[in-house]
Design a protein around this ligand. Structure first.
Ligand code: FES
Length: 123
């Protein structure tokens, strides 16, 4: 089972907002949407742009450099020029704290992102 790390209080990330955090050597982008809280790599898969400097529109994340967009729920590409998905990470909410698992394992891949009330996200 992947280990979760507390990254910030849920109250520090308002709905519709995103925030970059360092987890070890990795820069992770947290996005809070109406569908829950999601964690992705903060670097665009097209070139070296920081996604936190782009825009978050509902569950669509738009790169600030060339405009590629990604679905924050699973990282898949919604619009070019990027062709590769952003890596995503399992998220859970424990006692009002956002926790992220950066280790990749089968259990983490199957986990649904957590909604703000701590329940599993919608299916
Ligand atoms: S760096 Fe993100 S679309 Fe080019």
């Amino acid at each position: 089972m992947a280990g979760f790390t507390a990254v910030m209080l849920l109250s520090e990330l308002r709905p519709g907002r995103m925030r970059a955090v360092m987890l070890g050597e990795r820069e992770i982008l947290l996005c809070r949407t109406g569908d829950g809280v999601f964690a992705l790599d903060n670097i665009c898969t097209h070139a070296h742009a920081r996604m936190c400097e782009g825009r978050l529109r509902s569950t669509r994340l738009v790169c600030p450099l060339h405009g590629a967009s990604f679905d924050v729920r699973d990282g898949h590409v919604l619009a070019p020029p990027a062709v590769s998905a952003l890596r995503t990470y399992a998220v859970r909410i424990v006692d009002g704290t956002i926790e992220v698992a950066i280790e990749r394992d089968p259990a983490a891949q199957e986990m649904r992102p957590a909604s703000p009330d701590g329940r599993a996200g919608p299916t």
